[in-house]
Design a protein around this ligand. Structure first.
Ligand SMILES: [Zn+2]
Length: 217
């Protein structure tokens, strides 16, 4: 018979989000650093979904609106992120084109998709296997570590293009929308409480029969 997992939350103990000290949740505040204590982040799934929806809404104008306007010898050329990527690709700068594609198109999209899926799993709308859940969570954490690459790409782009003496670059409304996507996905990842996923797994294993795979002989 499988022993139920005893968790600190079952005993009313919570880990401080700031310093990590485990204390009784009824204290209200961490006795070491004064941060507010709670067993799980309040309204974690709802606020993560709201921030992700806002990020997904801004993702569309961030690619449709010009991200910068290049003035070259009097000729004004507005350029979208995809347009800029295509320019680099056509001029043979394939690594830069690939970095722009990964950082500004692929990574934000994957971040929105994987975090939305984790919210669905934590909310009980999808029922993945523990292994699949672990892999997707690991992948989301991996993406999180690369989240600042988007900012570097903007830096690389501007420094590359500012090299020309005859050019002037002004940011377009697409840049504001793209910055919104970056900031909102970052806040969404901060609002998400991964312990809700492991709570859900515990509930699922408690509800499952003890030996589901052994057939009657
Ligand atoms: Zn603390």
């Amino acid at each position: 018979m499988k022993q139920p997992i005893i968790k600190a939350s079952d005993h009313g103990l919570a880990g401080c989000h700031t310093c990590g000290k485990v204390s009784p949740v009824e204290l209200g505040r961490c006795p070491r650093c004064g941060t507010q204590l709670h067993l799980r982040k309040p309204d974690s799934i709802e606020s993560t979904i709201a921030l992700m929806a806002a990020a997904a809404a801004l993702y569309i104008p961030s690619h449709l609106l010009p991200v910068m306007t290049v003035v070259e010898i009097g000729v004004v050329t507005p350029s979208t992120i995809i347009g800029g990527m295509m320019t680099f690709w056509r001029s043979g700068a394939y690594p830069i084109a690939l970095v722009i594609f990964a950082a500004s198109i692929l990574i934000p999209l994957l971040k929105i998709a994987s975090l939305s899926w984790l919210c669905a799993a934590a909310g009980g709308w999808v029922h993945p296997s523990p292994a699949a859940l672990g892999r997707i969570y690991w992948f989301t954490e991996l993406l999180g570590r690369w989240s600042m690459i988007d900012i570097f790409v903007v830096g690389i782009l501007v420094s590359l293009l500012q090299l020309g003496n005859y050019m002037a670059i002004t940011p377009g409304p697409g840049a504001l929308a793209f910055a919104g996507v970056v900031v909102l996905t970052m806040f969404a990842a901060m609002r998400f409480d991964p312990r809700l996923l492991w709570d859900r797994l515990d509930q699922m294993s408690a509800a499952a029969p003890p030996h589901p795979t052994i057939p009657e002989s």
